[in-house]
Design a protein around this ligand. Sequence first.
Ligand code: PGA
Length: 250
Amino acid sequence: MPRTKVMAANWKMYKTPDQTSEFFRNFLPLVSGHSRDEIVVCPPFLDLPAALEASKESKIAIGAQNVHWKEEGAFTGETSAGQLLALGVSHVIVGHSERRQYFCETDDTVNLRLKAALEAGLIPICCVGEVLEEREAGLTDDVLRRQCVRAFHAISAKKAAKLIVAYEPVWAIGTGKTATPELAAEAHAVIRSEATEIFGEEFAGDLRILYGGSVKPENSKALMSQEEIDGALVGGASLDPKSFAAIVKY
Ligand code: PGA
């Protein structure tokens, strides 16, 4: 069975609730009838109600950009899996490189967030990827393997069933530099082989691994044509409805 692709938008810290509604007003007609792929939009927390309301008659899933590992408590500024589920959110991005780079996210906190998301029934999109110095030093495979081992620590294949992974080379995020389809496919194969070791062959064969890093309408088709690439996590180019629709429909 071929893996169904997941085309996901990561809006980062962009758009107000009104701008979110406007995006969907324009985006929905462009993808109506498009049933080949799963579409997920991950707006800022503040925009989740507007996104859920605007997408409720469609098949588009709505995701958050982070989740805390505790059910509740004195954790100012954090949001729990239960709170997201109560709103109707189904997906969550975990361990994005911007969280790792600017907000002290570590492999260990990624593991905690991932466990909490899976335990609660959210579908996590777990991000891994090397920085430029690591790639230049020939450390990409080691970094990807380490990030996977630590992120998936003490999670069973059964618990991880809904897991989605995103390979996002940090040097390609927001820089306009895209990994070549071949280079991305190589990294995906490393991630899939690590997933085989951790969760077994059957699980790894079904695991969707998305590519992220300067995906745009011009390169979507070439990237998505790689058998190893099971979708995209799109930042900048997902903010415009026409551009994201073109990426989805490559
Ligand atoms: P980009 O971001 O498409 O703007 O490079 C991708 C991401 O960070 O998920």
